[in-house]
Design a protein around this ligand. Structure first.
Ligand SMILES: Cc1ncc(COP(=O)(O)O)c(C=O)c1O
Length: 398
């Protein structure tokens, strides 16, 4: 294996930067690199237009996007928030940190997404929000979730961290719930220098609350400048030019303009970057089809899967090798770093100490015992993909 292919297969870089990003960074630097300024506004407008939503607000990361969505919805003690156990800790943690009760709904064994069929029995009058995760880049069954949301009055917060550019019956991820929450972490399908996030919504009131809490709930009152609003009753101006007030105690989850300038360019490249991911997935499907004991990803009807990760299930009784041995041998014998995303959240110490027990979400647990994720990123060459296929066939003991 050449050093180049080893590099491709040992690293899971999410995106590719080029000269356009370099130029954009220098341009913002020369404007003294402000925090959320003109580049952020341009990025937000372009992102909302891409997703087909009326509003978007940039923030510091995907966790902040989820957290602010729940803050905007008024989630707090006494409320219940439901999500999938098969996700990154952030999705489960945000409700907990706001003092809400967090519970899980088991997954669908084919798509690995939250199973709407099991959602109904988990709903109580206190359920304020459900956070479906478009896992690995494939949208959840949003029609079924939405029907329950309308019937029971909870808000749907899409965790679209993996689903930048993914589609559901022609509509973009992020335009399907009360809010859509994106991550631009270094391993995601597009990135804003390693960290970053975005919240999308079509609800102007919710947007206003989210925007306020993102930046210390600050409002500036005054007589002029486009940033000020006039409220003579609340703050008689007299000779005062402007007055800054804070509606409540909020947070600083702003994005910087350098990140946003890079994000704007990454967004323009997103469809192309995703097309490469889809081509890699198709090549893997082609090469691995028919290998005994492997379950390849299934794309549900009406979905555009953007393969943030390529999930593969291994049946040890048929393939002849357990998941743990597979991961170990792929790394040490073939130089390929295979992932194991994600440990079911109710197995984590964080949720075990909140009373969850092993065995509670059997589908997620069975899937986790067998599921690996293969390297998937646009740097991967066809040669690298073919080497991966050959390695998986070589390790098989069937
Ligand atoms: C499913 C999911 N949700 C939320 C997040 C949180 O995003 P961030 O790391 O940008 O805070 C991640 C990050 O990896 C994720 O994978």
């Amino acid at each position: 294996m050449s050093p180049e292919i080893r590099f491709e297969l040992e690293n899971k870089f999410g995106s590719i930067y080029g000269e356009e990003e370099e130029r954009a960074i220098v341009e913002v630097l020369r404007q003294n690199a402000p925090t959320s300024g003109n580049a952020c506004v341009a990025f937000e407008e372009a992102f909302a237009a891409y997703c087909g939503t009326s509003h978007a607000r940039a923030c510091s990361n995907g966790t902040a996007a989820l957290f602010l969505s729940l803050v905007g919805l008024g989630v707090g003690p006494g409320d219940r928030v439901l999500t999938t156990p098969m996700t990154w800790i952030a999705t489960g943690a945000v409700g907990v940190t706001l003092g809400a009760e967090v519970d899980f709904v088991d997954i669908d064994s084919v798509t690995y997404n939250l199973d709407p069929g099991q959602l109904r029995e988990k709903l109580t009058p206190n359920t304020k929000a459900v956070i479906p995760v478009h896992l690995y880049g494939q949208c959840c069954d949003m029609d079924a979730i939405d029907a329950l949301a309308k019937e029971h009055g909870f808000a749907v917060v899409e965790d679209a961290a993996h689903a930048l550019g993914a589609e559901y019956h022609g509509r973009k991820a992020g335009s399907l719930g009360a809010t859509g929450c994106f991550s631009f972490h270094e391993q995601k399908n597009m990135s804003t220098l390693g960290e970053g996030g975005m919240i999308t919504t079509n609800d102007p009131d919710l947007f206003e609350r989210i925007a306020l809490y993102r930046s210390h709930c600050t409002r500036v009152y005054g007589k002029s400048t486009k940033y000020c609003q006039l409220d003579e009753e609340k703050f008689p101006q007299g000779k005062r030019f402007w007055w800054q007030d804070f509606d409540d105690c909020g947070y600083n989850f702003r994005m910087t303009d350098i990140q946003a300038a890079v994000g704007l360019i990454q967004l323009r490249k997103l469809d192309e970057l995703n097309a490469r991911r889809i081509a890699i997935a198709e090549r893997l499907n082609e090469g691995l089809r028919g290998v005994p004991g492997l379950t390849l990803p299934t794309v549900a009807e009406g979905r555009k899967h953007v393969y943030h990760l390529y999930p593969l299930q291994i049946d040890p009784d048929v393939y002849g090798v357990t998941k743990d041995d597979f991961v170990h041998r792929m790394l040490h014998e073939r130089g390929i770093k295979v992932g194991t995303h994600y440990i079911p959240l109710h197995w984590s110490t964080a949720f075990q100490k909140r009373g969850f027990k092993r065995g509670q979400f059997p589908v997620a647990e069975q899937v986790f015992e067998r599921l690996v994720t293969l390297p998937s990123h646009p740097r991967l060459t066809d040669e690298g993909v073919d080497y991966m296929i050959e390695s998986i066939k070589a390790i098989c003991k069937c």
